[in-house]
Design a protein around this ligand. Structure first.
Ligand SMILES: [Zn+2]
Length: 388
């Protein structure tokens, strides 16, 4: 979509009018009549407050700025189940709160549509057909009037999301404790024409590529397969989008995805490591295994380094939302912080972080009675164990 620039407090114009009308539709801008015909409007303090409230609800970084992520989320938020006919469009999945509502209803009734992500994908279509067969509606996988009627006649029975969370955990348990044979996608953020954060003569794209290679090397040593989502920076090539990276991991049928980034902040005092997993407070849904994996990564990194612990958080970015396997995004320190930058510049430090990440991967698959103490798992030892 052609929404490339960003809008913030103090801006005005037709795009701001559109943003205000969308905020009104989702009930966050009181007293504002939805006025798509308005040609210009100010991005005032009320708009700023409404944007921040919306971002908070949706798990988007709360900065009051409307860029592509916030704009698309606003666009999706206006749909209520029954507003439009829903069906599977392979090239461009239908997205919106109506899709999330449908998924929640299907899950509540025991039809496995994967997770509640608001995207009408192949799993949603399959479980919708299953539902249609069960209630005697033509099983065409399209959510139209007859299906809306069938849905509204069936009351909610169980609290949502649980079936998927249980299946996700089962898949991890079934996979067994050894890393041998597992496929892990390691995603160095940015790359190509997008360097990411530039600070203290360091380049995020290069830094996370180096870190990803170290993680990949250790994973390979444990007998698992690891693929990177991109090569080292080759100059003019465009950086793959988050959706492309997620598509790559899905097509490969990966068991896990680990995305690597570093943070930036205008205040050089901001520092520390944080780990993110898929979760959406508004849909009341999150990846249970993703949350556990993020917790392990965060604890292992904090135990082995002196980075400040900025904890784990649920978010909804494209990469974590569109991946079908448990996935985490690690922001390994602030490149704008002199201390964190000095740490990241040191290859020995990057080795320690890589080992922490792989230890977390191993611990995710260990049954509770075999789990190791945080900070103590050594990857070469693991290899000997899995052979013995
Ligand atoms: Zn980044």
């Amino acid at each position: 979509m052609a929404f490339e620039r960003t809008y913030r407090l103090g801006d005005s114009g037709p795009a701001v009018a559109e943003i205000r009308s969308k905020l009104a539709v989702v009930g966050l801008l009181a007293g504002e009549p939805p006025a798509p015909a308005a040609t210009s409007a100010p991005f005032d303090a009320d708009t700023d407050r409404a944007v921040r409230a919306f971002q908070q609800q949706r798990g988007i970084a709360v900065d009051g700025i409307v860029g592509p992520a916030t704009y698309h989320a606003l666009d999706e938020a206006r749909w209520r189940l029954g507003d439009r006919i829903l069906f599977y469009v392979p090239a461009r999945l239908m997205a919106g709160d109506d899709v999330a509502a449908l998924q929640q209803r299907l899950l509540d009734m025991g039809f496995d549509c994967g997770r509640v992500d608001g995207l009408f994908g192949v799993e949603t279509e399959q479980s919708l057909r299953e539902f249609q067969r069960n209630v005697g509606v033509r099983a065409d996988g399209t959510c139209g009037p007859a299906t809306f009627k069938a849905l509204s006649q069936l009351a909610r029975t169980v609290v949502g999301g649980l079936p998927h969370a249980m299946r996700e955990s089962e898949a991890i348990n079934r996979a067994g404790p050894t890393l041998s044979g597992k496929l892990v996608i390691v995603d160095p953020g940015h790359g190509g024409t997008d360097p990411g954060v530039l600070a203290h003569r360091l380049d995020e794209g290069d830094l996370v590529y180096d870190l990803a290679s170290r993680v990949e090397g250790r994973l390979t040593a444990t007998g698992s397969s690891a693929f990177l989502t991109r090569g080292p920076d080759g100059g003019a090539r465009e950086s793959p989008s988050e959706a492309d990276r997620a598509g790559f991991a899905n097509a490969a049928g990966a068991d896990l995805l680990i995305s690597l980034h570093v943070e930036a902040h205008p205040n050089p005092l901001a520092s520390g490591v944080a780990t993110y997993y898929y979760g959406n407070d508004r849909y009341g849904h999150y990846s249970a295994v993703g949350a556990r994996f993020a917790g392990l990564v965060q604890r292992e990194i904090c135990a082995r380094t002196d980075l400040v612990d900025c904890r784990t958080h649920p978010v909804t970015g494209d990469l974590l939302r569109r991946t079908r396997m448990p996935a985490v995004r690690i922001e390994v320190g602030y490149l704008t912080n002199p201390g964190d930058a000095a740490r990241l510049a040191d290859p020995a430090f990057r080795d320690v972080v890589a080992e922490a990440v792989v230890a977390a991967v191993q611990r995710l698959y260990l049954p509770p009675d075999q789990d190791a103490q945080t900070g103590f798992l050594r990857i070469p030892e693991l290899r000997a164990d899995s052979r013995g």
